[in-house]
Design a protein around this ligand. Structure first.
Ligand SMILES: O=C(O)c1cc(C(=O)O)oc(=O)c1
Length: 293
């Protein structure tokens, strides 16, 4: 790994859709800056710097008010870059950490203090070397109060992961809907399996994110819109949205963030759905003290 990659758009368009005041980009990342926050020795990609200043400029450009910053795999289990971005946000960002499962209670409490509200388990073999379910389950059982677990997996291992996920005693948030094949349509096998999973518990949330990753038909990602809109309508109280900026690993098909925002009214066509997707739902998970319980 020598060349540092650029996986984000240098000059994203301004979206035609304007998010409501207070909208939250609930899935994004920061990379570095490397001089201050070196990447993990185990990182599977080496990106150029995409730090908090760039993230907050994009937030404002797209019309969002807050961010939920998910620790990217290239930073391993050292959450310093993500914590730094949260600290620089003036309360407008919270985060999801990636931890060594043997982390102490005191270190978890420090992450909470720094604005983290969940931990992420990543099962993508191209991103991480191992994903020890027994150790993950262990740490999931001793998280700070109010935290959740974010899980990133691909559709073909959903069934295999079921016993593990069923045993997690806190809410689950599934990244990118578990990567269904959206070209199968809204009633395809992958969506059916994901819906059955959602039906199994009422505290499983998901992110209706990443048309650029999931839809091989390309921008304007019509297959994604067709497959995902019914899911958003049917599970409108447990769905989140995010840009996924700076789009790790998308250097060969960099999406225009303005176009990603323009997907929102296609998957959430009413003002009420948009308010739930962009404000009410992420507020409940990440800023619950502002909404009451
Ligand atoms: O599909 C990916 O490559 C990807 C990677 C990461 C990460 O490196 O953390 O996060 C994502 O949400 C998606």
């Amino acid at each position: 790994m020598t060349d540092r990659i650029i996986s984000w758009h240098g000059n994203p368009s301004r979206p035609r859709y304007r998010p409501p005041a207070g909208a939250i980009d609930a899935h994004c990342h920061v990379f570095g800056p490397m001089a201050e926050f070196p990447f993990s020795a185990k990182a599977k990609y080496l990106p150029e710097d995409a730090g908090p200043d760039m993230l907050f400029a994009l937030r404002d450009h797209l019309g969002f008010a807050r961010n939920v910053i998910v620790q990217a795999s290239c930073h391993g289990t050292d959450n310093a870059a993500t914590l730094d971005a949260i600290a620089k946000s003036n309360g407008k960002a919270r985060g999801v950490a990636v931890v060594n499962p043997s982390i102490s209670e005191a270190d978890l409490a420090a992450l909470h203090e720094g604005g983290m509200r969940g931990i992420r388990f990543n099962f993508l073999k191209r991103l991480v070397d191992d994903a020890p379910k027994d150790k993950f389950l262990d740490v999931a059982k001793r998280l700070p109060k109010g935290w959740h677990v974010v899980i990133y997996f691909e559709a073909d291992i959903l069934e295999e992961l079921r016993p593990f996920m069923d045993a997690i005693p806190v809410p689950l948030v599934i990244d990118h809907m578990g990567r269904p094949d959206v070209t199968q349509g809204p009633d395809g096998a992958d969506m059916k399996a994901f819906r059955a999973f959602l039906e199994s518990r009422d505290d499983i949330w998901f992110k209706a994110t990443c048309p650029d990753r999931l839809d091989p038909t390309g921008d304007p990602w019509n297959a994604f819109a067709d497959a995902v809109a019914p899911l958003v309508a049917d599970y409108q109280d447990r769905v989140l949205w995010g840009t996924d900026w700076p789009h790790p690993n998308m250097q060969d098909a960099v999406p225009d963030d303005g176009h990603l925002v323009d997907m929102i009214p296609r998957i959430a066509p009413t003002v009420e759905l948009q308010r739930k997707l962009l404000i009410d739902n992420p507020m409940r998970l990440y800023w619950p003290e502002e909404v009451g319980s």
